[in-house]
Design a protein around this ligand. Structure first.
Ligand code: PLP
Length: 433
């Protein structure tokens, strides 16, 4: 019996046995010549294009330290989980892993919400899930825009043909409680959207009390915490947040492609009482809640889950659970302060003036006049293989953004990024004097 047959029979995979089947580059018989084959439909010889030559070469795979606003590097245990053999998406063992992921999300969100799942897709998929389920014609969404992500959500709402109202703050500033109340009174929205950790303006929106305020005005509160959750305090239930989502590739340090989302009972009720059907089958929370075992019903096939990505986020959540939320919040705060002090020592100016409005996970720092921002990031990448990002939206060319999140949140990584930036600036001819 071949090794492969034995493996299939026993279903017991070991790394050694798997390595035997690693995909080594093979030489194509022909890559440039057209191949002639018999076309059975017409009974004539026809030619097909050759396979692409690039696929016969090994992947180019440099190691990089990802210190932008995401993705962050994954720890070996997450990468190991990602490489485990597939289970079926309805297999009991996999459903159990999904349950563990659900428990992990409840922990990092600090919620007991029944409707807590992972949407298949990156943060945008969770954003659309919230938008598509919580709004229908006749509703009004009030969107807080103090950066790229409010703009993006307003766009999503508008695409649904739903009334969208906006309130603005410059990038680098957050909304005050009074401003929010004024806008709620004025627009009488059914949903308020706020970005918790704005990765473009690097702010952290205070949320305590906002949920209660929204409920006073018969409005649901939706929060985007893709670039903050896990790295800063979050109390979904205590803060009366109705819908909350995050991403897998930031503080959770797992690959993109599975995004945690949770709906409060109020939000669930809103979805259940819709007059119109959710306009997406893929993102319909009624189906997702069933597949994720949130409705007490027999779990039905909805779509094929990104199985490997779910293994990985399970490990990302396990890592954070083992570290403990309080410790993670503490370490993110310490590393952010270390970074921000270091940046100021170099002579750079932080975008967010008010210390208490800074998102510890992502820091935006101004590009000094006359400095070519790209030359500096290129220096950092070429010399240290460290990623520093440029600005997003209105701040393109005006700021650099540095992410210190999850597995990458260490004093050593902060020192590395500061050294790379400092040297890059000197190379670009910048001197603070
Ligand atoms: C605050 C915020 N919201 C949403 C997203 C979208 O997430 P994704 O790129 O995973 O789709 C991002 C991505 O950086 C983000 O920072």
């Amino acid at each position: 019996m071949s090794t492969l047959c034995r493996m299939r029979r026993n279903m017991s995979f070991t790394w050694k046995s798997l390595q035997k089947f690693s995909l080594e580059p093979t030489r194509p018989l022909t890559t440039t010549r057209q191949i002639r084959v018999l076309d059975n439909n017409v009974g004539k010889m026809t030619s097909i294009s050759p396979p692409p030559e690039c696929l016969f070469k090994p992947m180019n795979f440099p190691h990089k330290v990802l210190m932008g606003p995401g993705p962050s590097n994954c720890p070996p245990r997450v990468l190991g989980a990602n490489a485990l053999p597939l289970l079926g998406h309805m297999h009991p063992e996999f459903l159990l892993i999904m349950d563990e992921v659900k428990a992990g999300i409840k922990y990092i969100f600090q919620t007991n919400n029944e409707w807590t799942v992972c949407v298949s897709g990156s943060g945008h998929a969770a954003m659309e899930t919230a938008c598509l389920n919580l709004l229908e014609p006749g509703d009004t969404a009030l969107v807080g825009i103090n950066g790229f992500w409010g703009e993006r959500f307003a766009d999503m709402v508008d695409r649904q043909g739903i009334d969208v109202k906006t309130m603005y703050r410059p990038m680098g500033e957050v909304f005050t409680f009074d401003e929010i109340e004024e806008a709620l009174k004025k627009h009488k929205p059914t949903l308020l959207f706020l970005t918790h950790g704005e990765s473009s303006g690097s702010t952290l929106q205070p949320l305590e009390g906002v949920g209660t305020l929204c409920h006073k005005y018969n409005c649901l509160l939706l929060v985007d915490s893709v670039a903050a959750c896990g790295g800063v305090p979050m109390f979904m239930d205590k803060w009366e947040i109705d819908a909350l989502y995050t991403g897998s590739q930031k503080v959770l340090s797992s690959p993109p492609g599975a995004s945690p989302i949770s709906f409060s009972d109020r939000a669930k009720e809103k979805v259940k009482k819709r007059v119109t059907r959710v306009r997406s089958f893929n993102f319909d929370m009624n189906h997702l809640a069933n597949y994720w075992g949130c409705d007490g019903d027999v779990r039905r096939y909805h779509h094929t889950s990104p199985i490997s990505t779910i293994y990985a986020i399970r490990e990302g959540l396990a890592r954070l659970a083992e570290q403990g939320l309080e410790e993670s919040w503490k370490v993110h705060k310490q590393c952010a302060e270390l970074l921000q002090e270091g940046l100021e020592k170099i002579g750079l100016e932080l975008l967010v003036k008010n210390k208490s409005s800074r998102n510890p996970c992502v820091t935006a720092v101004k590009v000094p006049d006359g400095v070519d921002w790209k030359a500096v990031t290129e220096y950092a990448m070429k010399t240290y293989r460290v990623e520093i990002s440029g600005g997003l939206g209105a701040l393109v060319g005006k700021v650099w953004r540095i992410g210190v999140m999850g597995y990458n949140c260490t004093p050593d990584n902060v020192s590395l990024v500061l050294r790379a930036l400092d040297e890059g600036l000197k190379t670009a001819g910048y001197s603070k004097l």
